[in-house]
Design a protein. Structure first.
Length: 263
């Protein structure tokens, strides 16, 4: 019974990888040629040894998997179902990381701590690494650092550096990572698969969006200043015209008054 459940779990892992990678043409190809799948097998064994108290042996199995696949997963990491590590080379997953179901990681991803060498003794047995909830996709080269949470179905773009919590369904890009949104109407998060964590579409860059907002504000202020200047110039001309007119009227009265003789 246990063996049947184990083989079903392995089959589900393989099918999940094939569903997310069009290059995979058969289950055998995934088993033989996909380091992400092989790393998961090593981790399942290492994690079991770690939980059973055989911690050094668990670390040895983990190191063997790292040497064979180029993927480093600490044996204490908790990993859910259907994890897909695509390409895989250079992936590092730290000790207290937690990964939900249906998560996708690309090559060069780091799930690490923010200050592992500072007071390392007091950091043992504490949460130091991120939690990825179900359906998260992390693009190649991204660094997710610290005891943060990346929400369900969130996306982390390639080479992003994430040091703060990411809400569910949000896509973050850049250094430091910032949320991006579509230029059109905001839509609810779609649970569909998005390769490399970067949706293809008309996405606005968050920094460019901020600069555009500042430029709009400057143009608005400039228009207001121009209106004030026009009013000021118009008022000055009105005052000047009134003074000239009064002067002319005074000169006319002096010319029309007859000179008075002496008594």
């Amino acid at each position: 019974m246990m063996g049947e459940a184990m083989f079903k779990s392995i089959r589900d892992e393989i099918d999940a990888m094939m569903a997310r990678d069009p290059a995979a043409r058969s289950r055998l190809e995934v088993v033989v040629c996909y380091p992400g799948f092989q790393a998961l097998l090593f981790h399942r064994l290492a994690h079991g040894l770690w939980r059973g108290g055989w911690r050094l042996l668990g670390r040895l199995v983990s190191q063997l998997g790292r040497w064979l696949t180029g993927i480093e997963i600490h044996p204490a990491v908790v990993i859910g179902k259907r994890l897909f590590i695509d390409h895989g080379m250079g992936v590092v997953i730290g000790e207290t990381s937690e990964i939900g179901d249906g998560v996708t990681l690309y090559h060069g991803v780091t799930l690490g701590g923010v200050a592992p060498s500072v007071d390392s003794h007091n950091q043992r047995n504490t949460k130091r690494h991120p939690t990825l909830e179900d359906g998260v996709i992390v693009g190649s080269g991204a660094q997710v650092l610290g005891p943060i949470t990346v929400g369900r179905n969130a996306r982390v773009g390639a080479n992003a550096v994430v040091t703060k919590d990411v809400p569910s369904g949000v896509t973050v890009v850049g250094i430091p990572a910032r949320a991006v949104q579509s230029r059109g109407k905001p839509k609810q998060a779609e649970p569909r698969f998005v390769a490399y964590g970067t949706p293809i579409g008309d996405l606005s860059d968050p920094i460019a969006r901020s600069i555009d907002g500042l430029l709009d504000e400057v143009q608005t202020l400039r228009a207001r200043v121009n209106r004030i200047e026009q009013r000021s110039v118009g008022g000055a001309l009105d005052v000047e015209d009134g003074t000239v007119e009064r002067g002319r009227e005074g000169e006319g009265r002096e010319a029309s008054d007859p000179p008075q003789g002496k008594c």
